[in-house]
Each structure stands twice: as C-alpha cells, then as structure tokens.
Design a protein around this ligand. Sequence first.
Ligand SMILES: Nc1nc2c(ncn2[C@@H]2O[C@H](COP(=O)(O)OP(=O)(O)OP(=O)(O)O)[C@@H](O)[C@H]2O)c(=O)[nH]1
Ligand SMILES: [Mg+2]
Length: 211
Amino acid sequence: MSENVLRIGIGGPVGSGKTALTEALVPRLLAAGRHPAVITNDIYTQEDAQHVRRELAGILDPDRVVGVETGACPHTAVRDDPTMNLAAGAEMLERHPEVDTLLYESGGDNLTLTFSPSLADVFVFVLDTSEGEKMPRKRGPGITESDILVINKIDIAQYVRTDLGVMESDAHRVRDGKPVILTNSLTGVGVDALQDQVLALWNARPTALSR
Ligand SMILES: Nc1nc2c(ncn2[C@@H]2O[C@H](COP(=O)(O)OP(=O)(O)OP(=O)(O)O)[C@@H](O)[C@H]2O)c(=O)[nH]1
Ligand SMILES: [Mg+2]
C-alpha cells in the first residue's frame, strides 16, 4: 500500500453515527481535492455500503464504495486480523489508482474496539450523546487512545438528558489533551473541524524522508 494513501479508520459503538459521519466527510474531502473511497464493515450484510452509495449518489462513484462482510466479531476484522480489509483496500486501489484516501468504517462494536495501525493511519472513535454523558468516563482504548474522539449527535443531547459540557470535559480529561470534536453529522456541524484535524495529523506523520 502506497505511503501516500491516507487511511482513516472510523470506529465506535453501534449506531453512534459512523456511516453518517463518513457520508458527511466524503464531500468535504472531494472539495479539498482528495479522491476518497469508502470501505464499510458489517457482519452479515452490505447495509452500510448500500446506504453510502445511496446517500452519495451523484457525488461519489458507487464503485468507490465496498462492503466487507466480516462474518464474525467486527473488531476482529479491523484490529486482530485485518486481512479482509487490507485486501479490500488493495483491490480498491487497483481498480481506482486515483484514490488517495480510504475511509474504513468498522462494524458497530463496543468500547474495546481499536484499529490495527497496519490498517488505519488516523483512528477516529465516534460516541454519541444518546449513549449517555458517562461514556467518556467508562474509558476503553477507543475513547482514551484514538487519534480523534468524536462526540456526535450534539443536537439531541437535550432530549436524552445528556449534559454536553460534562461529556466534553470528561472526554478531554481522560484523553490527556488529544483532540475531541463535537459533531452533528446530519447537518455537518463540526465536520469541517474533524476533516482539518484528520489532515493535520496526516500531514504531521513521519515520512520515509524524516524517519
Ligand atoms: N440527530 C442525529 N442523528 C444522527 C446523527 N448522526 C447519525 N444520526 C442518526 O443515527 C442513526 C444511526 O446512524 P448511523 O450513521 O447508521 O450509525 P453507525 O454508527 O454507522 O451504525 P452501525 O454501523 O450500525 O453501528 C441514523 O438514523 C442516523 O440518521 C446526528 O448527528 N444527529
Ligand atoms: Mg454504519
């Protein structure tokens, strides 16, 4: 895999908004002059890949969206043995050599999920406000160690009695200064900031020249 292909891993609990965030990021990446492709993971179906193709119709070539059916525990496929996902990424780049950004969405999973560094350069973990304001305090490697923690669905915090201020400050506390970004994936609030942060981390990576 070329060192010049940015691979973004998007993980997090079931339903937190990983697909919605992916769909919000792609048009922004295109506007920034990048050439993205999307690889979704679901255990038994192509549900998320179909959603992305539908949602991005006319924006992203449907052939640049692939669904990996993991058939088993979804975090295994992005953490312990990412072979299927590495192969899906390699096939995508073979079919579309212009692609310079791969977005990997993991299957929804629990707090133990992480991305293998062999699969993702930037690991984004997505929580949402409806999971409760206690989530950052529950920790887990996605929350504490991901490159960027997203707190999504900020628009509904008020309806589920989540104090966003508490959730955000707890998130900062457990992450020792690593970035935390608040988003509404459906309206795009916070998604520009997320893209900026992803690209800043990517641009600051050690390259072959500096190693
Ligand atoms: N109000 C609100 N709803 C959201 C937001 N982001 C996503 N949703 C909704 O939340 C539901 C789940 O979103 P998805 O993007 O499918 O979540 P996911 O994390 O990809 O789900 P899995 O892949 O099944 O784990 C959908 O009905 C979305 O429309 C948000 O920021 N605000
Ligand atoms: Mg999804």
